[in-house]
Design a protein around this ligand. Structure first.
Ligand code: FAD
Ligand code: NAG
Ligand code: NAG
Ligand code: NAG
Ligand code: NAG
Length: 428
């Protein structure tokens, strides 16, 4: 295919149909570009893998601009507080943050991107330009030349290929595209994992609900950080009692290979999905919880039915654009932040907003690609470093319990964003 310079419409291929791929795909579709997402997951819709995420400034700005479903998706938390081992509050600080769930955000984006109906939201009146979301499409190779990009993939044992003007790599922290263009970049385990789970609000006792709802609740001890907050429930419902309490428990393991081996003996590199944790490991973790966590969190862990676990890693690409702007990295494929930053989705939304500004047409992109490169790399380095500082202090340092060490919440450096920022600083 040769690039038509006269047309403003570009053929854009996105590898990876998770949040970053959808955020970028929807924004670029709104310029009238033809967007084709290739996702290797074999189901038409991801199901039940996600849990809580924070909707930072960029995510909320993005949704205001591009989401036409018009439903609320966030639950505000009005303060954060820290508990001691007996469950008493030892520190409190006001400040609003917005929690949502992975599955709700995903379904809203699908409704806007390719008109997929679900229980989560109404379809927008106008879906707009034609887009494709191909699932069960495992990208296996790529070719780039002066005419554009060719992407090779396998779908139901058939080998296929498509061509486009630009390839967007949104294929996550272990990015396959990155291993082709820059095999030197490594994703590295950093010494601890995060156990995660959710409990329906209606399952927890009144007294515990009082301590955990409407806020972010933390507990710290050497080598341990635990946090909880409330997220939307089934089908994205925001109704009280049907919402979920989401919890995360960071825990040090020098060698996580046993934890990452599932109940069928299969070894996972980074994450063991729901319902696949070895029962004996989960039982021993629950036992540990009983002796080492505040009562509110012991109850949460006790009531959790389908926990999952992820090994924490750092990964940072050395560049955001390759082949004179024909290959562009977004989301975790560019930089995989530690979850303490609560910033992965915001970073992906930031990329989508920036590409919307810089990719109106090919000429526009050629003019602007260096500014995209610079600003997203600065954001990425900032996020990686912020996550390392938070993780180092929480897991390997002596955390101060007086709240001066702010956990979480990546903030965009001021000069990159015009919105007001709080919590820019923390003390060590
Ligand atoms: C199912 C799921 C659930 C998640 N749940 C949460 C959560 O609850 N909370 C949270 O904070 N974060 C969650 N995340 C991570 C979160 O989505 C990301 O950290 C962030 O939003 C940026 O995501 P991303 O789209 O860049 O990367 P990812 O979400 O990792 O998505 C990468 C996508 O690329 C696809 N892919 C990879 N290689 C290929 C290939 N060769 N061909 C085709 N497709 C490929 C993968 O299947 C995946 O869908 C989840 C991710 C997934 C996939
Ligand atoms: C995708 O293809 C790679 C080889 O290129 C293979 O290792 C991997 O298992 C495939 N994944 C899926 C989900 O088919
Ligand atoms: C969610 O959607 C399913 C499928 O339509 C429906 O059966 C169920 O009642 C809904 N659940 C809630 C809590 O709304
Ligand atoms: C959690 O479960 C254990 C047994 O597995 C029990 O001893 C303990 O009392 C329970 N704690 C709470 C808070 O429910
Ligand atoms: C975090 O700790 C690691 C290992 O000790 C160190 O290499 C890294 O520089 C630290 N990062 C920050 C930002 O403190």
């Amino acid at each position: 295919m040769s690039l038509s310079v006269k047309s403003n419409t570009m053929e854009i291929i996105i590898v990876g149909g998770s949040l970053a791929g959808l955020l970028v795909g929807l924004a670029l579709k709104r310029h009238g570009h033809h967007v084709h997402i290739l996702e290797r997951n074999s189901l038409p819709l991801f199901q039940g893998n996600g849990a809580g995420i924070f909707a930072g400034d960029e995510t909320r700005q993005y949704m205001e601009k591009f989401d036409k479903c018009g439903r609320n998706l966030v639950i505000p938390t009005m303060f954060r507080h820290h508990l001691d081992i007996n469950g008493n509050e030892i520190y409190r600080e006001n400040g609003t943050h917005y929690a949502t769930s992975w599955d709700l955000l995903y379904h809203i984006l699908r409704a806007n991107f390719d008109g997929i109906e679900s229980e989560y939201c109404k379809l927008p009146d106008q879906i707009g330009a034609m887009t494709h979301y191909d699932y069960d499409a495992n990208v296996t190779d790529m070719k780039v030349d002066n005419n554009g990009v060719t992407i090779f993939y396998e779908q139901k044992n058939e080998k296929k290929s498509i061509q486009g003007n630009i390839l967007i790599a949104a294929d996550g922290a272990s990015s396959f595209i990155r291993t082709i263009v820059n095999p030197n970049v490594k994703r590295e385990y950093v010494g601890y994992v995060v156990w995660r789970g959710t409990v329906p609000e209606s399952d927890i006792s009144e007294s515990i609900a009082l301590a955990l709802i409407g806020c972010i609740t933390f507990f710290h001890a050497p080598g341990i950080q635990f946090a909880s907050y409330t997220i939307p429930g089934k089908n994205g419902t925001l109704d009280r009692r049907d919402r979920l309490i989401n919890w995360v428990w960071y825990y040090n393991y020098e060698d996580p290979s046993e934890i990452l081996t599932d109940c069928n003996g299969r070894k996972h590199r980074w994450t063991v999905p729901r319902d696949k944790i070895q029962p004996k490991i989960w039982e021993s973790l629950k036992q540990y919880a009983n002796d080492h966590l505040p009562p509110q969190f012991i109850e949460l862990v006790n009531l959790t039915r389908s926990p999952f676990v992820q090994a924490i890693s750092d990964v940072l690409s050395s560049q955001a654009t390759y082949y004179d702007g024909r290959v562009v990295f977004v989301g975790d494929a560019l930089a995989g932040f530690r979850p303490h930053t609560a910033g992965a989705t915001s970073q992906a939304a930031f990329h989508a907003l920036k590409l919307w500004e810089t990719m109106k047409n090919w000429d526009d992109w050629i003019k602007n690609k260096n500014s995209y490169e610079n600003i997203v790399m600065e954001f990425a380095r900032h996020g990686i470093q912020h996550g390392q500082k938070l993780g180092n202090a929480s897991q390997f340092g002596h955390h101060k319990f007086d709240g001066t060490m702010k956990m979480g919440y990546l903030t965009t450096p001021d000069h990159m964003s015009n919105s007001h920022k709080d919590e820019q600083q923390y003390d060590n």
